[in-house]
Design a protein. Structure first.
Length: 321
């Protein structure tokens, strides 16, 4: 009988480290891996969130920029990182586009990762050089149908969200316009301003100064609702394509084996941070809207984006490798 309490005490002593371990997150600095260079939208979102997340975690939050390989390098690195919640991938549309346009990836976007939360969104905008004889989106579609193969559309590069948006429009509107990829948003914008391409498909925040200066004519935004700074610019859905929506989005995922408790903690603290006035103001200055989602909601969103991008890429026969 005297041995029973000793056994119970021993069991409790053995269990204590395990219980402490499960509750330890975060027990060290949390690394936000960004697959883009410093200074871009994704990097800016990460840096806006570092301070509120550091307060919430009681740990330092570090932004680790790992650009290159069309975001594949950073994504593979996080997939192979310890699944303890301390390494998080900040990602964007390319995460769900790469599986559709690349034949081989060193990771599986569904099996190797778990959704944490969506972070922010921004609409894409269709604009043209003022010399293009189309003052509305409907007129642009009519012009493209009247001149098959003559119009061109510029994007930040092959396999980008803007590229797929262009191909999706071609399929929906049954038009023939030629894709002209550039190495980034700025070169694509300058090409259209210079008259070297007919149509610009780019995030609204990147083209806004040039639209306001009269160097570009805005025709339609790709969100379901009109964009705050351009309330007079209709949506694509309002312009003859009901239900059309194709935005640029940013989110966070972690290695799939990350404990559910850590995933939930990350998600809850991120969503709380996204509600803070200073975070929302910081995002607004970039033209972004906060867009938190629970892990389950974000996982479902990722699956839907993968299905849509696979369909667009298959119909357009898009491959970038």
């Amino acid at each position: 009988m005297r041995r029973l309490p000793e056994f119970i005490c021993a069991a409790l002593l053995l269990a204590a480290p395990l219980a402490g371990h499960s509750q330890a997150f975060p027990s060290k600095p949390v690394r936000l891996v960004v697959p883009f260079p410093a200074g871009g939208a994704m990097d800016s979102i990460a840096r806006i969130l570092t301070q509120p997340l550091s307060r919430a975690f009681g740990q330092n939050v570090i932004v680790d920029n790992r650009p290159g390989g069309g975001t594949v390098i950073a994504t593979e690195m996080v997939a192979r990182s310890p699944a303890d919640g301390h390494t998080v991938l900040f990602m964007a549309n390319s995460y769900t586009i790469n599986p559709a346009v690349r034949s081989k990836l060193p990771y599986d976007a569904l099996k190797d990762f778990a959704g944490v939360s969506r972070l922010a969104t921004v609409p894409v905008i269709f604009s043209v050089h003022p010399s293009v004889p189309a003052r509305t989106f409907k007129e642009l579609i009519a012009l493209a149908r009247a001149r098959p193969g003559e119009l061109t559309y510029a994007t930040p590069g092959p396999g980008t969200n803007q590229h797929l948006i262009g191909e999706m429009l071609k399929s929906m509107a049954r038009i023939d316009i030629t894709h002209v990829p550039y190495q980034g948003g700025a070169p694509a914008t300058m090409a259209v301003i210079g008259g070297h391409a007919s149509v610009l498909i780019i995030n609204v925040t990147e083209s806004a100064p040039h639209i306001q200066a009269g160097k570009l004519r805005a025709l339609a935004v790709t969100s379901l609702e009109r964009f705050g700074a351009f309330k007079d610019v209709p949506t694509v859905a309002e312009s003859g394509f009901p239900g059309y929506e194709a935005i640029t989005w940013f989110g966070a995922v972690a290695p799939a084996a990350t404990p559910r408790g850590a995933i939930n903690r990350l998600s809850a603290d991120i969503m709380r941070a996204l509600q803070l006035p200073e975070v929302r103001d910081g995002l607004s200055k970039l033209g972004l809207s906060a867009a938190g989602q629970s892990p389950a909601e974000f996982d479902a969103f990722i699956r839907s984006e993968l299905r849509r991008n696979e369909k667009v890429a298959r119909e357009a026969k898009l491959r970038i490798d």
